[in-house]
Design a protein around this ligand. Structure first.
Ligand SMILES: [Zn+2]
Length: 492
């Protein structure tokens, strides 16, 4: 009796559920169709030479306490002036804060609400080669060797690709008599790798003082790659509309000291260790929204079973989040991460420690701030004996960025240029949270629309070379970088 009435209802419900799942699975989320090819080709030999020679300028940022070579920075300025004569004739170049470069390319039409300027960033400084890894480089890091279809050396990807790409695209446009409708600023900082305080921030302040309000900004931080998501073969353009913040907190416990023969139940080291263990056991809550935007944009390209799941996250989200548990990269995109990185305490094996200190580094997800992080840390540790302060004198960390919209004028210009550069090949354009930091943060007041992306196609295995060993850029992708900027700026 019972089953006769309930079973048909159950079957009907299951069929309805299945229908919903399937309809969602087969309804496209994002238009990921190919762009339109255009016929501009840069002079590949020249572009290769420009990058190779750029690498030889040792514009290394060692940290704010050890200055970057002024000679190298200024020699690089002269080099750019010599190699891009049309740019240096048509654009206004200003040297800001002694070493940063601000170019203004006046637009064809005056600035208005519908014709706001665009800011394009790059940086001329590079990170040092990690001591002890010199002999692991296949080619010397500052020689600019061209071999196997690559230009090798420190700074090729981070970030001389933006400098050469933008200037060469502009030089080509000027050769063809092209001038963008909008005013374009190139802002090339000289200290991105040490925080951008002395260069990028000063340039941003100069622009702000001049009353500049930009439509959008494009900086480094995203790229084209493939193989990121199992089952998707098409290359993906990862654009970062947001980046995480950073804060380091110091935990300090002061003990009474004395001889180790008569210890208290917990020494200052024990109290500190318990505090760190508590933080590791009680991680920050997860926010799936950034991962979800990424997955939704790429889901249409997934094999059926994965697509069914990803397009029905309303049902399967807990399962997907469970699958990402233990995946370091996925976790970094989902929560404020906790990393105990330094610890110090005690002077002798038979002496009770007085001061015990530790440093814990947090990468902050948008939505939180250094202050909310500290407040949560204090509450999780829940022990008044542990003092929690911001590390570094006067430093209170760096808040995460706001999340820029993945629609609107800037997004549309950028994504159209990306698709057209790849055409006739189709690629998937998707937002992705950046877990590192860029100069973009200094420009927050100039526009709410920040996109971190450089058109360079890298094999996943080459990603680690950024700030690592064997940094190199392929000649083919460097040509595409120039084409991309040409296409984007021509449309502005
Ligand atoms: Zn960089």
């Amino acid at each position: 009796m019972f089953t006769k009435r309930v079973l048909p209802a159950l079957v009907a419900a299951l069929i309805a559920l299945l229908a919903v799942l399937l309809i969602r699975t087969f309804t496209p989320t994002a238009d990921q169709s190919a762009g339109e090819a255009f016929d501009f080709r840069p002079d590949s030999d020249r572009v290769t030479r420009l990058m190779s020679e750029s690498v030889r300028f040792k514009t290394i940022s060692f940290g704010r306490d050890k200055p970057t070579s002024a000679t190298e920075l200024l020699a690089y300025h002269d080099y750019l002036e010599q190699e891009f004569p049309l740019v240096h004739k048509a654009l206004k170049r200003e040297i800001i804060a002694d070493y940063s470069l601000l170019y203004t390319w006046q637009g064809r039409e005056p600035v208005s609400d519908d014709n706001k300027p665009v800011i394009l960033l790059g940086h001329t400084d590079v990170v040092p080669v990690v001591p002890g890894t010199e002999d692991k480089w296949t080619q010397p890091p500052f020689a600019g060797v061209v071999a196997d279809g690559f230009i090798w050396g420190r700074g090729t990807l981070d970030n001389k690709v933006n400098i050469i790409g933008l200037l060469e695209a502009a030089e080509n446009m000027l050769q063809q008599g092209l001038q963008p409708k909008r005013t374009i600023y190139f802002a090339f900082g000289h200290d991105e790798e040490q925080g951008g305080i002395d260069g990028a921030k000063v340039m941003a302040d100069v622009l702000l003082k001049r009353g500049v309000q930009a439509e959008f900004l494009v900086d480094e931080g995203g790229l084209v790659t493939q193989g990121v998501v199992p089952g998707i073969d098409a290359p993906m353009a990862l654009i970062a509309p947001a980046e995480k913040g950073i804060v380091t907190l110091q935990l300090k416990v002061v003990g009474e000291g004395g001889h180790s023969s008569m210890p208290p139940e917990q020494t200052s080291i024990g109290i500190l260790a318990a505090a760190i263990a508590a933080l590791e056991a009680d991680q920050f809550p997860r926010d799936f929204s950034h991962t979800q935007s990424f997955l939704e944009a790429v889901a249409d390209d997934m094999p059926f079973a994965n697509r069914l799941v990803m397009k029905n996250l309303w049902l399967f989200k807990p399962m997907v989040m469970g699958a990402f548990e233990g995946d370091k990269q996925a976790q970094a995109g989902m929560r404020t991460t906790t990393a105990a990185t330094m610890i110090k305490g005690g002077i002798k094996a038979n002496v009770l420690p007085i001061d015990a200190t530790a440093k814990v580094n947090f990468r902050i997800l948008p939505g939180e701030t250094p202050d909310t992080v500290r407040a949560r840390v204090i509450s999780v540790i829940n022990d008044a004996r542990v003092e929690v302060t911001f590390d570094g004198s006067g430093q209170r960390g760096m808040a995460p960025s706001p999340v820029s919209p993945t629609e609107g004028v800037g997004w549309d210009h950028l994504t159209a240029a990306i698709r057209d550069t790849a055409a006739p090949q189709r690629l998937i354009v998707t937002p992705r949270l950046l877990v590192a930091a860029t100069d973009t943060r200094h420009y927050r007041k100039l526009t709410p629309n920040h996109y971190r992306f450089t058109y360079m196609q890298l094999e996943p295995s080459d990603l680690a070379s950024i700030h690592g060993t064997n940094e190199r850029i392929s000649v083919a992708t460097l040509n595409d970088t120039v084409r991309f900027y040409f296409r984007m700026m021509s449309g502005l």
